[in-house]
Design a protein around this ligand. Structure first.
Ligand code: GLN
Length: 202
């Protein structure tokens, strides 16, 4: 769990309840050695700045290029996008997700809202989604699978090993999305496939 800023504690609790060994990650060494990384909601411009201050950009890019699985919510999803609209001038776009994402795209007057999403991948029933100054995904590349949409816009997407949301699944006690991610990471580890490139980020 990238633990520089944001709702880290809630995610750690959710992953813990879902049976994972999740822990806060703050250093390059930790980024270079984890099996998978979750990026929390928070403030993407602040996260971007802290990633640079702590020298984490190169190790993150290295692991993403090597196929490290990620689970991201809200600000985390903004950070992983290929293109960020309404970001700060030098805001980091790590580009692991082929998304064009607009910060605070629902407008400041609608700071938060909740809704029930259809998320067919999870089977029957809906998923309660909490949006907090959420970004809007305005464009998706061909490799992006839309798992759920709200008012015609993607809010849950999957691209390869990346599972990303503009809402906050860690806030409702519904662990299905955290479990979905952990199952994928578990399968990857059990498959014997080479682990996503670990090592130095030279
Ligand atoms: N508006 C925030 C940003 O631009 C994201 C909000 C959130 O993560 N809940 O980074």
């Amino acid at each position: 769990m990238l633990a520089l800023q944001g709702d880290v504690r809630e995610h750690l609790a959710a992953f813990d309840q879902a049976g994972a060994e999740a822990f806060p990650v703050r250093t390059a060494e930790e980024i270079l050695s984890v099996h998978a990384l979750a990026l929390p909601g928070g403030e993407s411009s602040t996260l971007s700045r802290l990633i640079r201050v702590f020298g984490l950009e190169a190790p993150l890019r290295h692991r993403l290029a090597g196929g490290m699985p990620t689970f991201s919510t809200c600000a985390g999803t903004i950070l992983l996008s290929r293109e960020i609209l309404d970001g700060t001038a030098d805001q980091l776009a790590l580009g692991a997700l082929d998304l064009r994402t607009r910060r605070n795209g629902y407008g400041r007057q609608v700071d938060s809202f909740e809704c029930d999403l259809d998320l067919p991948l999870l089977g029957s029933g809906t998923f309660r989604a909490v949006f907090i100054r959420a970004p809007v995904i305005e464009g998706c590349g061909p490799g992006v699978e839309v798992l759920a949409a709200h008012e015609g816009r993607p809010v849950a997407v999957r691209q390869g090993r990346h599972l990303s949301f503009t809402f906050h699944p860690e806030m409702t006690g519904d662990l299905r999305l955290h479990r979905l991610f952990l199952d994928g990471v578990g399968e990857l580890l059990e498959s014997g496939a080479p682990l996503p490139a670990e090592g130095s980020a030279a």
